[in-house]
Design a protein around this ligand. Structure first.
Ligand code: ATP
Ligand code: ZN
Length: 286
C-alpha cells in the first residue's frame, strides 16, 4: 500500500477555513463534507483528519496524525512531543492577561494572591514563575471572559485579537503573555516516505506563502530611468524589459514585496514611471 501523510486540522473553528485554503492552494484536491472525520486527497498522498484543535498535539505525538495545523498557543500549552515545522502567518492573536476595567493595575505584582481563570494553565504557570508571582489558577475550557463577572476569578488569561470580547465583558488587557499564529507541527520522527511527502507539501506551502507576500508589477518608463528603477525593483533575477512602440520608452516587469510596495510606488513615480499595474501572483518558486 502506498504511504499517506496524515494531516490533522481543526474540525470547526477559527483555524479551519484557512487550513483548508492552504491545502487547496497547495494544489490538493479533496472533498470536505461537513460531517466527515477524514478524507483523502485525490491527487496527492495525504489523508486529512478533522479534529478538535486541543487534541491535535496529542494525536501528533501518538503518531495517529503525522502533522497538524494548530495555534502556537495550543502547541506551547500542550507540551507534547511535537516539532514546529512551519509558521503559517494566519490566526494571529495573543494570549493576554485581562482584569476588570474598574481595577487600578499597578504592574505585575497586582497578580500576587489573585485567582486567574484560563484554558492555558501551563502557559500561565510558566508566566507566573518567570515573574516570581504566586497566584491561584482556575482552569476552565470555554467562556473564560465571563469568569470575573460571575465571581469565579479576579483575572483571566485568554486569547485576544481585537479586544472587543474583553471590552464587552468589562475587562481590560494588561499583559501580553505570548503572541501566536497558526503553525504546522510534526511528530519528531517521520519515516523517510512520510518525510518525503512532507517536504513536497512544504515546498508547495512556501510557494503559496511567497506568492502572497509578493506582487507582479508592470510599468512604462523612459529608457534613461531603467537603471534606477531596476535598483528599486530588482525582481527575482532582474526585471524583464520590453521596448514600447513609443521611441525612448520601455515596459518593465518585475516582482515587488507586498510590505515595501507603497513606498516603492512613490519612488517609481518620481522616476517617471507611468501606467503602473500591480497584479497578484498565484504561486512563486525561486
Ligand atoms: P475547538 O472546538 O476546535 O477546540 P476552540 O474554541 O478551542 O476550538 P477557536 O476559537 O476556533 O478554538 O480558536 C482556534 C485557534 O485560533 C486558537 O487556539 C488561536 O490560536 C486562534 N484564535 C483564537 N481566537 C482568535 C482570534 N480572535 N483571532 C485570531 N486567531 C484566533
Ligand atoms: Zn480548542
Amino acid at each position: 500500500m502506498n504511504t499517506l501523510l496524515r494531516i490533522a486540522i481543526q474540525k470547526s473553528g477559527r483555524l479551519q477555513e484557512s487550513s483548508l485554503n492552504l491545502l487547496q492552494e497547495s494544489g490538493l484536491l479533496f472533498s470536505n463534507g461537513k460531517d466527515q472525520l477524514k478524507t483523502q486527497a485525490r491527487n496527492f498522498p495525504v489523508e486529512i483528519l478533522f479534529l478538535r484543535d486541543d487534541d491535535i498535539p496529542q494525536y501528533v505525538e501518538d503518531q495517529v496524525a503525522d502533522i497538524g495545523i494548530v495555534g502556537e498557543n495550543v502547541l506551547v500549552e500542550k507540551q507534547k512531543q511535537n516539532t514546529l515545522v512551519k509558521r503559517l502567518d494566519f490566526a494571529r492573536c495573543r494570549l493576554s492577561m485581562a482584569i476588570p476595567r474598574s481595577e487600578n493595575y499597578t504592574g505585575l505584582s497586582w497578580f500576587n494572591g489573585k485567582n486567574i481563570a484560563t484554558s492555558y494553565p501551563n502557559i500561565v504557570n510558566a508566566f507566573l514563575q518567570k515573574n516570581n508571582l504566586s497566584a491561584g489558577l482556575h482552569e476552565i475550557s470555554g467562556s473564560v471572559e465571563i469568569a470575573p463577572g460571575i465571581g469565579l476569578a479576579d483575572a483571566i488569561c485568554d486569547v485576544v485579537s481585537t479586544g472587543s470580547t474583553l471590552l464587552s465583558n468589562g475587562l481590560k488587557e494588561v499583559e501580553v503573555v505570548m503572541n501566536s499564529e497558526a503553525v504546522i507541527i510534526s511528530s519528531p520522527k517521520l519515516n523517510p516516505d512520510k518525510q518525503n511527502i512532507l517536504d513536497k507539501l512544504l515546498f508547495r506551502v512556501e510557494a503559496v506563502q511567497k506568492a502572497k507576500n509578493n506582487k507582479y508589477i508592470l510599468l512604462n518608463c523612459p529608457n534613461d530611468a531603467i537603471e534606477k528603477i531596476t535598483s528599486i525593483i530588482p525582481g527575482m533575477k532582474s526585471p524583464t524589459i520590453i521596448p514600447l512602440g513609443k521611441p525612448g520608452w520601455s515596459s518593465l516587469h518585475s516582482v515587488v514585496d507586498e510590505n515595501a510596495f507603497w513606498e516603492k510606488i512613490d519612488q517609481l513615480k518620481s522616476l517617471g514611471a507611468q501606467g503602473i499595474l500591480v497584479i497578484p501572483i498565484e504561486k512563486m518558486i525561486l
